[in-house]
Ligand binder design. Structure first.
Ligand code: MG
Length: 366
């Protein structure tokens, strides 16, 4: 935004609790509305709003309120977790293009969201680096020309570890991602590889390619951001620096390509690009995601709800690293599938997944 001031006008912004950043952005962009979600940060949020002359909105409902109230050409949904769903649906209802960085929206309610977008003729532009890569490689091509989508994964901080050594890892070790600098929740999802499972489900919805034609390959350098193999055997890959600036720019400027001052990629310095198969024993979450996608209906919402709570409990020191997968396994086993769920049934499945993960005993290591 600040690098291309003539192209953008910020109408509304939100944060969960990073009020320092909100203050800087609100002072700079002078939006009409600001929203703060976290209850502990709301008072400061209200002060910032009044200081810059913006309307103040609060809580998760405030996000949807802002999308309903202000006119925009594009809504960037970059929240973490299930909370992104309602604002996304509201934007679609209003016919506003959605730039989607939140995975859980399509993981939990992909059928509903995609159907609504098709009905309203609304574009969903993916910001997540893998989906943005697929979006660029597909360049409008339909799924009938596609043999496989190949999602690349860095493998996270525990790539190559013996599964039995994972029980004792700490949140700090799990947060140390080798190639991408990301938030806490998504860093843990990368360490368990649940992140890649979510991305698989998300890609299936976004591009209409079924999960059995989406593969995951470990690519530790994170230079290839994903690939499309066409039915004629030709494979297109999108490469670039590991910097979220690039997919964000691609989506916000789409379909334009605009110079941005990034240094060109130096292939000689890169040396080599390598690939490995994911280890199913050390990272069962990836298989759970394929299982939830195959069962469909409410299963992915249960998977996601259980994961959100389990990750928070791991970060709080309540359960061990392998306790995350255990929590999700329990939740999926306890769930009775509802195929073709309504929005309400998806909310219920989300809650059921959360409750199941909460019920796992503190101290569970796997
Ligand atoms: Mg990603």
């Amino acid at each position: 935004m600040e690098d291309f001031p003539s192209r953008f006008d910020v109408v509304a912004i939100s944060t969960n609790e990073r009020v320092d950043l909100l203050l800087r952005q609100a002072s700079q962009f002078k939006p009409e509305g600001v929203c703060v979600c976290s209850p502990t940060a709301r008072d400061t949020g209200a002060e910032i709003a009044s200081a810059v002359g913006a309307q103040f909105h609060e809580g998760e409902a405030g996000l949807t309120e802002m999308v309903a109230r202000y006119d925009a050409d594009i809504v960037v949904v970059a929240t973490v977790g299930f909370v992104g769903l309602m604002p996304t649906l509201k934007a679609i209802e209003r016919g506003i293009t959605v730039a989607l960085a939140n995975k859980e929206v399509l993981v939990t309610a992909g059928d509903l969201v995609m159907a609504a977008a098709r009905e309203r003729g609304v574009k969903l532009l993916p910001i997540d680096s893998e989906h943005n890569a697929l979006f660029q490689c597909l360049n409008g091509c339909g799924e009938q020309s596609v043999r496989r989508l190949i999602l690349t994964a860095s493998g996270g901080p525990f790539r190559g570890r013996q599964p039995e050594t994972l029980a004792a890892v700490t949140p700090d070790e799990a947060l140390a991602h080798p190639t991408w600098n990301m938030g806490r929740k998504i860093s843990i999802d990368s360490a368990t590889m649940m992140n890649k499972g979510f991305e698989m489900i998300e890609a299936a919805h976004l591009f209409g390619v079924p999960p059995e034609r989406i593969e995951v390959v470990i690519h530790p350098q994170s230079t290839i951001h994903s690939m499309v193999e066409y039915v004629d055997g030709s494979i297109l890959a999108q490469l670039g620096r590991t910097d979220m600036y690039l997919p964000i720019q691609n989506v916000l400027m789409w379909p334009d390509r605009v110079e941005n001052g990034f240094e060109p990629l130096d292939f000689a310095q890169l040396g080599q690009l390598t690939f490995e198969k994911p280890d199913p024993e050390g990272f069962p979450c990836l298989a759970y995601a394929y299982e939830a996608a195959a069962r469909g209906g409410t299963c992915p919402a249960v998977l996601n709800g259980a994961n959100e709570v389990a990750v928070a409990r791991f970060l709080a020191g309540e359960i061990g690293f392998l306790g995350i997968a255990r929590s999700i396994r329990n939740a999926l086993d306890a769930h009775t599938l509802v195929s073709d769920p309504t929005l309400e049934q998806i909310h219920e499945a989300d809650k059921e997944g959360r409750d199941a993960a909460q019920a796992v005993a503190a101290g569970t290591l796997g």
